[in-house]
Design a protein around this ligand. Structure first.
Ligand SMILES: Nc1ncnc2c1ncn2[C@@H]1O[C@H](COP(=O)(O)OP(=O)(O)OP(=O)(O)O)[C@@H](O)[C@H]1O
Ligand SMILES: [Mg+2]
Length: 464
């Protein structure tokens, strides 16, 4: 699939005049575009059926309804493909009409090569951005730069730096919460594909009967409920990166289908006889032991070999304790900024407590613990960390007796009161309660469970 040769984009040039068509085509090809030609509306649509273009460049005045007709029909059948219209001075008003019909831009003839190039690049870029935004909306922390300074962490970053620019498949392994998703995003950001879409799919979240449609897309009418054409993840990631997260949860039946794409670089949308070929860099991650899964028949060996080209193993947090103070400071600053407070420091004993703890939930657990601690803390020094209930605090030797149990109990009590007050103040609306507390709504769920608060009952009977 990925041939390693960065191309500039696939352009379909549509003009009924052979000379104009050919010279435009040659000019764009010499500037690195992948060019295809069509001499009218019908032949352009036939080409679109066969290939998926990044942009269509069409003359305005042509037989068969001309550029305007083409804009309308491309919009209807391939809404994600931008159309740029070429127009003479005398027909600017028709070009504007094309914009209303959904053309993404127009260029005046005779078009200077550099101006044309710019418009085409912009049209393709807006397409890529649109697609990426669709995928990244609500996932701002995906863009965060990972923090760390331990040798183990530096080694991971070094590997990423050297593999990112290649098109090799990357498999990221590591315990839950070690930062695999953040690193996958970094591989994309440091690659030549960084401006193309980055598509992340959690394999654990796709119902088994939806696999084909989700990954390969479908044509309208392919099955009951397929009311419109739909692009799958592979097509959406075209020219970019497809990150298959939690790949260990991929059902065997889906593994066979993915293997075919990985081997042949092409697939069929459901209900589509034509094969679609894509240029996609694959990445995968899992916290399960894939080799064991292979040995026990849960994961196909052939697919494993295909994914296991470059392997990045992210060490658990307990094996890179040098990162803990830095990460703690990072999360403390982040949470404090959100709460509009100044960032507290950690006392020496608190840092010792942090580095002695085993962090089975890794960086995620550390982040959550810091968030809880900061929310409940007063003053500018944090003396002790609020570890998750059920977690075993590290033994503290001689100091075990004067461990801050009472303080902890008092804080717990106060925490419960504050959560209850927020629920009361929001009339039981969780989103609002979370806002009042300055925490994510999903973390509110954690506090409710922690204190055994049934928010629904609370609103029904006792809104205070
Ligand atoms: N080095 C880091 N710097 C800053 N934040 C980090 C770092 N590593 C992880 N995080 C944060 O910790 C949380 C968990 O990270 P991430 O989702 O990447 O883990 P994961 O390995 O994919 O976990 P899982 O296997 O459970 O999916 C995220 O909120 C992420 O932003
Ligand atoms: Mg993950």
């Amino acid at each position: 699939m990925a041939d390693g040769r960065p191309r500039r984009g696939q352009v379909l040039v549509v003009d009924d005049e052979t000379y104009v068509r050919n010279s435009l085509g040659e000019m764009l090809a010499s500037r690195g575009f992948d060019v295809d030609l069509a001499d009218g509306v019908e032949s352009a649509l036939r080409r679109c059926e066969r290939r998926s273009f990044d942009v269509v460049l069409t003359d305005l005045k042509m037989p068969e309804g001309g550029g305007l007709e083409l804009v309308r029909r491309v919009r209807a059948s391939y809404p994600e493909v931008p159309v740029v219209v070429l127009t003479g001075f005398g027909t600017v008003s028709s070009a504007v009409e094309c914009l209303h019909a959904g053309a993404s831009d127009y260029v005046l003839k005779p078009a200077a090569p550099s101006a044309l190039e710019l418009v085409l690049d912009r049209a393709m870029e807006s397409r890529a951005i649109r697609r990426e935004l669709e995928y990244l909306r609500g996932r701002e922390d995906g863009a965060e730069f990972p923090v760390g300074r331990s040798d183990a962490w530096r080694q991971v970053l070094k590997t990423i730096q050297s593999v990112a620019p290649t098109d090799s498949t990357v498999l990221i392994l590591g315990e839950s919460g070690t930062g695999k998703e953040l690193l996958a995003r970094l591989v994309h950001r440091w690659s030549a594909r960084s401006r193309a879409p980055y598509v992340r799919v959690s394999c654990a979240a796709v119902p088994v009967e939806m696999w084909e449609s989700e990954f390969f897309g479908h044509r309208k009418g392919a099955f009951t409920g397929a009311v419109a054409d739909r692009e799958g993840h592979f097509r959406l990631a075209h020219r970019g990166t497809l990150f298959m997260d939690e790949v260990g949860s991929m059902p065997l039946i889906a593994q066979a289908k993915i293997l075919r794409v990985v081997q042949d670089g092409e697939f069929n949308r459901l209900g589509d006889e034509r094969a679609t070929s894509v240029d996609v860099r694959l990445m995968a991650a899992t916290n399960s032991d894939l080799e064991k899964d292979v040995a026990e028949g849960r994961f196909r060996q052939d697919l494993f070999y295909r994914l296991n080209v470059i392997r990045i193993v992210v060490p658990p947090l307990r094996e890179r304790i040098d990162d803990i103070p830095l990460l703690a400071a990072h999360f403390a600053a982040k949470v404090s900024a959100r709460l509009g407070r100044s960032t507290p420091a950690f006392s020496r004993s608190c840092l010792e407590e942090m580095t002695a703890y085993s962090w089975p939930g890794n960086v995620r657990e550390l982040g959550n613990a810091i968030e809880r601690t900061i929310i409940m803390s007063i003053g500018d020094i944090v003396e002790s960390l609020d570890l998750a209930p059920g977690s075993v605090a590290p033994a503290r030797g001689k100091n075990a007796e004067d461990s801050p149990m009472n303080l902890r109990q008092a804080l717990l009590q106060r925490e419960k009161e504050v959560v209850l007050a927020a629920l009361g103040g929001s009339g039981g609306v969780r989103k609002e309660a979370a806002r009042l507390l300055g925490i994510d709504q999903r973390n509110l769920g954690y506090y409710l469970r922690k204190h055994g608060i049934d928010a629904d009952k609370l609103t029904a009977s006792d809104p205070s």
